[in-house]
Ligand binder design. Structure first.
Ligand SMILES: [Zn+2]
Length: 306
């Protein structure tokens, strides 16, 4: 059973046609593609998504299958999610809306924190297992106003102008077609709605230690070079979750402006670095301090208003 609220806003990710309920799944009235519904969650991935990233979807799904349910009372001790919440809350107060979408919601910790404020939350992710995990623990935690869609930012399965506020934390860097993703996010936003995305900055940090995540700088020549090394020499050893890019702020702002966003602005995103690969607390602290220096900034954010 899909909630009526979702049925009213979803569309076919391939042709943007109307979806009809059909034998427990969904069928596109226009192109005839069938979509399955997993545990009440519509899986609205287009054939293009399976073609491009079908190879890494199982890695994401098995990662989320192994992830323990977050504990609501423990979230305030998790600095990474508290900094994301602080960021989102600050801009949500400036651009209030009756709904909130997180594109790439993972285990849904932010959806919980926003849902607790009484806001209708919509979680979208490429991994249906992430969404099933999120739905399970949010339900137990009493967050009723929550909805889930398995989707791809490049082929948003949502009608035009339905969402008031969209946040994507470290998700825009995971595919090639950045412009397409930003165009789509803007399309589903309402007029005056805000998009805020965080992403790795192309900096000394991304060119050095982020290489352990197979980061590819979004810059001609360097991009080809780093990609060649990761694909042909390391055989994608560091790219287990597929592509991860880093951007200059100016590059990202260009994508926003080309999509039609106004009031485009960017700044340092004060994230908490886990730095799991280094065991020494001394090195961890040193890297955390270094990260405050602009040359080493790991993450930044860009905002834009429709
Ligand atoms: Zn269709």
């Amino acid at each position: 059973m899909i909630e009526q609220y979702l049925l009213d806003i979803i569309i076919c990710p391939k042709c943007k046609g109307e979806l009809l309920e059909n034998n427990g799944g969904l069928i596109c009235k226009q192109c005839g593609i069938n979509y399955h519904v997993d545990d009440g969650i519509p899986v609205l991935l287009s054939p293009a998504t399976y073609h491009d990233i079908g190879e890494i979807l199982p890695a994401w799904n098995s990662r989320w299958l192994k992830t323990a349910e977050p504990v609501p009372s423990g979230l305030e001790n998790e600095p990474d999610i508290m900094s994301a919440f602080g960021h989102v809350k600050k801009y949500f107060d400036l651009y209030p809306s009756d709904n909130f979408m997180e594109a790439g919601c993972g285990s849904g910790r932010l959806l919980y924190l926003m849902g607790k404020l009484g806001i209708k939350v919509i979680g979208m992710d490429l991994s249906v297992e992430a969404l099933k995990l999120t739905r399970r623990w949010l339900e137990k935690a009493g967050i009723r106003n929550s909805y889930f869609i398995c989707g791809d930012m490049r082929y948003m399965p949502i009608k035009d102008s339905k969402i008031g506020f969209i946040y994507g934390g470290g998700s825009i860097e995971h595919f090639e077609e950045t412009q397409l993703g930003i165009n789509e996010l803007r399309r589903v936003l309402r007029q005056e709605g805000l998009l805020t995305l965080t992403y790795p900055l192309l900096s000394i940090a991304s060119l050095t230690y982020r290489q352990l995540y197979g980061n590819i700088p979004e810059l001609p020549v360097l991009k080809q070079l780093y990609k060649f090394v990761h694909v042909n020499i390391f055989r994608k050893k560091f790219m287990i979750f597929g592509l991860e890019k880093s951007f200059f702020i100016s590059t990202m702002e260009k994508y926003y402006k080309k999509a039609g966003f106004t009031n485009v602005s960017s700044a340092y995103f004060d994230t908490y670095l886990d730095i799991a690969v280094f065991k020494s607390e001394f090195i961890k602290n040193l890297l955390r301090k270094t990260a405050k220096n602009r040359l080493f900034w790991p993450m930044v954010f860009t905002n834009g208003v429709k």
